[in-house]
Design a protein around this ligand. Structure first.
Ligand code: SAH
Length: 415
């Protein structure tokens, strides 16, 4: 029976794999697996290092417990440096740690990431909260196991009392992990009761949430990816502290930056290529009693046209989608960032603000700074960094696991 006290199978890994774990990482790649014969998909395993006997004949060294994937290149995700007997208990404890962390560090919102996979020592699990709606994403074989799902869902229900829990399915991830095909949808509703005849209609998957005092609508059934970009929450507030005058929010999605800047700016324009996103942005503006101009356009074309026409703004936000999905996209991605930043810098009035972001893990903070620096040279502007920021604290960055850090947000003064 999974999760109960039972001897877990042993997986042997190489010295290289073990060194990576000792440096603080929690992943072991398939190329570092020496022996995992017969281990089932998603199993809880004990991890051992097999040293090279010709160099150092020693006994296998115990490295802790991990969750195994038979499909992913990331074959093992460590969950403890100690042997784990009771996985259910460990999961419950980790969920409580994640909640305690939010209690301590998340402010001014009822929408935040409750569980951030490796960042919360729960690899393969993501849970977001939008007021009374929880959105859960399962990324690995281990987290997809029926029994594990039950433990997670029952714990979330008990601790957060959501009205509904929806599952967001990333079809590509499920395919890579060789998991059965599945649709996004409702997995729990507080109103659906199986007792008596009391079967009320299922709760709505839409709700309203707030961050930094700005109101937003959330619809788990629609939206892109996660529904809202919670990782930018603290950057919205920071941007609004500096923004003024006429503002342009490029790649605005449902208006996160635009709505925050509307508090300090005289006029705000949001640009995005997605009509459904802009429709939601307009509803959000209405909810906050704001008038914002939304333009449906390709941002590259619009920035080129506007900068050629000599249009000027006091504050510009650039928050494009991840241009570098893998390492090999890096040169193209950097060209994309350069083009955007160059156009934007040309359009910022002297004394104005540029907020420029990258959510590509493969583009480092220093690479983004270099891009902005080279755009500053080409546009003959002086750029001073006011803040060099990252993702909100509900997306914890673990030292030793570089993949937990992905969002960059530079706020700069342009002269
Ligand atoms: N700033 C937003 C998040 C942006 S996500 C927020 O804080 O909520 C990236 C957005 O870029 C998406 O809404 C997507 O529709 C949009 N997008 C992608 N390619 C685009 C393009 N070429 N031109 C304009 N918008 C684009």
């Amino acid at each position: 029976m999974p999760g109960k006290l039972s001897a877990s199978p042993i997986v042997a890994i190489s010295r290289r794999g073990a060194d990576r774990l000792r440096a603080g990482h929690v992943w072991v790649y398939r190329s570092d697996i020496l022996d995992a014969k017969g281990v089932r998909p998603g199993a809880l395993v004990t991890v051992q290092e097999l040293s090279d006997k010709s160099v150092r004949p020693t006994r296998p060294r115990l490295l802790g417990s991990a969750l195994y994937s038979t499909a992913s290149q990331i074959a093992l995700r460590m969950i403890s440096p100690h042997p784990v007997g009771d996985l259910d208990h460990l999961l419950r404890e980790r969920i409580q740690w994640a909640l305690d962390y939010r209690e301590r560090f998340v402010r001014d919102t009822n929408a935040y990431r409750v569980i951030f996979s490796e960042g919360d020592f729960l690899p393969g699990l993501i849970v977001d909260r939008y007021n009374d709606v929880l959105s859960m994403q399962v990324l690995t074989q281990a987290m997809d196991a029926e029994h594990i799902r039950e433990v997670v869902v029952s714990e979330l229900k008990a601790k957060l009392q959501p009205a509904v829990i929806v599952e967001k399915v990333d079809a590509r991830v499920r395919q890579l992990e060789q998991l059965a095909e599945k649709e996004s949808g409702l997995i729990f509703s507080a109103e659906v009761r199986t007792d008596e005849a009391a079967v009320s209609p299922p709760s709505s998957t839409s709700t309203e949430f707030q961050m930094n005092g700005v109101r937003f609508l959330y619809d788990a059934a629609g939206g892109q990816k996660t529904g809202a970009f919670l990782d930018q929450r603290e950057n919205y507030a920071a941007a609004a502290r500096y923004a003024r005058g006429e503002a342009l929010d490029v790649f605005c999605y449902q208006g996160g930056f635009a709505l925050h800047m509307a508090r300090t700016c005289e006029k705000v324009t949001g640009v995005d290529s997605s009509r459904p996103a802009l429709e939601m942005a307009e509803r959000n503006a209405g909810l906050n009693g704001r008038e914002i101009e939304w333009i449906e356009a390709n941002a590259f074309d619009l920035l080129r046209d506007y900068s050629d026409q000599g249009k000027k703004y006091d504050s510009i936000v650039l928050d494009p989608p991840a241009f570098a999905k893998s390492r090999k996209d890096l040169p193209t991605a950097l060209r994309g960032y350069k083009e955007l930043n160059l156009r934007a810098l040309k359009m910022v009035r002297p004394g104005g603000i540029l907020v420029t972001c990258s959510c590509s893990y493969h583009v480092s903070g220093s690479e983004l700074l270099e891009v902005v620096s080279s755009a500053a040279q080409d546009s003959h502007r002086i750029v001073r960094i006011l803040e060099n920021r990252g993702q909100s604290k509900d997306h914890p960055i673990v030292l030793g696991i570089p993949e937990t850090a992905y969002l960059k947000c530079i706020i700069a003064l342009v002269t």
